[in-house]
Write a protein that binds this ligand. Structure first.
Ligand SMILES: [Zn+2]
Length: 107
């Protein structure tokens, strides 16, 4: 078995983030010192909990960027393309829609 994940291995939140990007929300980290130059903006994904810590220089350019991922974040197989993720996401949504319709018929 490969050490790298495929779309079907991802949980729903991680699949969504890998497919359409993270849902960033700014926050103030308590465990980061002020940068030695420039200024920091930190973000946490509302879906998967990933963090992004950017330091911008006085010209507004990104001087550094750090990502911190949670345990559900895995490396994707290098053969996986964005369209593979979209196909898997669509497939899961179709299954959920069918289940939802079935429940309505039974109820
Ligand atoms: Zn995310």
């Amino acid at each position: 078995m490969s050490d790298y994940a495929h779309p079907q291995d991802l949980d729903a939140d991680t699949l969504m983030c890998r497919t359409v990007a993270h849902q960033w929300d700014e926050f103030t980290p308590i465990n980061k010192r002020p940068p030695s130059f420039g200024w920091r903006m930190s973000f946490r994904c509302l879906r998967c909990g990933a963090e992004r810590h950017d330091i911008y220089d006085s010209f507004g350019d990104v001087a550094s960027r750090q990502y911190v991922y949670g345990p559900s974040w895995v490396k994707l197989d290098k053969e996986v393309r964005r369209h593979d993720l979209r196909v898997n996401l669509h497939s899961r949504r179709r299954v959920l829609a069918r289940r939802s319709k079935r429940k309505k018929v039974v109820a």
